[in-house]
Design a protein around this ligand. Sequence first.
Ligand code: UDP
Ligand code: MG
Length: 132
Amino acid sequence: MEKTYIMLKPDAVKRKVVGNIINRIENKGYNITTIKMFNLDEEILKEHYSHLVDMPFFPELVSFMTSGPVIGMIVEGDDVVQGMRNLMGPTKWVEAMPGTIRGDFANNTTQNLIHGSDSVANAIIEIERFFG
Ligand code: UDP
Ligand code: MG
């Protein structure tokens, strides 16, 4: 069974839409097999977002991602990596269609509620990074 790493970002926790997002994951038929709430620091974000460290928005991204707790999950299902990306919607809120998590809740590209691994290979790396 395929696995992906999902992380509900600090805005999802603050806005109290964690239950709504988890409902969508469960309604789709995926299994949440591990879940924990924790805080991120800059060091782990430089690793997790290594493809973005040189972008002008990186300091804002770190400030946002360390502004409160996140909820990390391992989610399992057939083709769950792509399936979760579909449920999430694209990175930029303005491109995310209604019905997707970002399309329904985000109005900012940094504060876009949810992270999901973008490939099976990265899912394995991210699950190891956050759950060991
Ligand atoms: N991000 C941002 N501005 C951008 C692009 C990305 O603030 O122009 C943030 C946003 O929170 C995004 C995260 O950086 O979710 C990781 O970017 P990535 O391109 O990996 O998008 P994702 O895989 O989250 O859709
Ligand atoms: Mg990404």
